[in-house]
Design a protein around this ligand. Structure first.
Ligand SMILES: C[S@@+](CC[C@H](N)C(=O)[O-])C[C@H]1O[C@@H](n2cnc3c(N)ncnc32)[C@H](O)[C@@H]1O
Length: 286
């Protein structure tokens, strides 16, 4: 006889609960939560459907949180980005797939075997910097953030990914701790939401991503101004800047780069066809 805590029984109840809450793909999500909760694989569920769930109350609590709209990654504390597993915490942005465009375009600037010093401004989980360092063994990087708690998460991600010798993390207001002409490639996905629009964001963003990661000031450009003003001092001649932007910032941010003296400014789109990343290069020494 199947028990009340059998995997298939609790999965059936959880799926119905998620479906009633209009969660997309309720069966898939219920399975995902069960696998993460009990440390099992989907194959384990199929092979041993009558096996009791190890942590039934934890699983039921997770399902209730998901039914109330909490993102999966906030519940499990994990997010896959660039094929790597990152810890997320309440003080970090939940890494977005769109940000992989910035990783891809930055990698295109750095030949495979080249030594290179990268700075990631507003590093959060460290996902951008660590994904790049994972692909470029001769590169080294520094991740900066104003949030000491976010930096603790980034350090733990570097440890878990075996990149602690390649990346260091420091508390900093934008670029303030960086030395003059010390950086080859400066990357950032800064907060860029117009302040007045924050209250109208999807609740899954508004209620769970930290405000420090979202608030771009009255016109969404405060962080870009701070970073782009300071970047020419810390970049080496010929160095690059790569910035993630909001879908409607494909003119304003390139204009800021242009005014600061950057050359070869170009914009790249995400998979939805929206402007997502802007690159610019410092002039080479004459
Ligand atoms: C949009 S999140 C990006 C996080 C991560 N790089 C990513 O792409 O998932 C922006 C980050 O900027 C940080 N931040 C906000 N104000 C800052 C400041 N004045 N100096 C440095 N970092 C700041 C936030 O704490 C947050 O981690």
């Amino acid at each position: 006889m199947t028990s009340d805590t059998a995997r298939q029984t609790l999965l059936r109840v959880a799926t119905a609960q998620l479906q009633a809450a209009d969660i997309p793909s309720p069966l898939w999500e219920a399975r995902f939560l069960l696998c993460d909760c009990d440390g099992i694989t989907p194959t384990d569920i199929i092979t041993y459907p009558d096996h009791p769930v190890d942590n039934p109350s934890k699983f039921q609590e997770w399902v209730a949180r998901r039914a109330s709209g909490e993102p999966l990654s906030r519940i499990t504390g994990q997010r896959n980005f660039w094929g790597l597993d990152f810890k997320v915490s309440p003080t970090t942005l939940d890494p977005r797939m769109d940000s992989e465009v910035l990783v891809r375009e930055t990698l295109a600037l750095i030949p495979n075997d080249q030594k290179c010093e990268i700075a990631d401004i507003g590093t959060g989980t460290g996902c951008l910097l660590l994904a790049i360092l994972h692909e470029r063994p001769n590169a080294r990087g520094i991740g900066l953030d104003i949030s000491a708690e976010a930096l603790a998460t980034a350090r733990s991600n570097a440890d878990r990914l075996g990149l602690a010798d390649h990346a260091r993390f420091e508390e900093s207001n934008w670029l303030s701790v960086l030395q003059a002409q010390s950086i080859d490639v400066l990357i950032s996905n800064p907060p860029y939401i117009v302040r007045a629009e924050i209250d109208h964001l999807d609740p899954a963003v508004r209620n769970y991503d930290p405000i420090l990661a979202l608030d771009g000031g009255p016109d969404g450009l405060d962080a870009y101004r701070a970073i782009i003003d300071a970047a020419p001092k810390v970049l080496r001649p010929g160095g690059w800047i790569a910035l993630e932007i909001g879908w409607d910032q494909g003119e304003s941010v390139p204009n800021l780069l242009n005014s600061a003296g950057f050359l070869r400014i170009s914009c790249f789109k995400d998979t939805s066809g929206h402007d997502r990343v802007v690159l610019g290069q410092m002039p080479d020494r004459a």
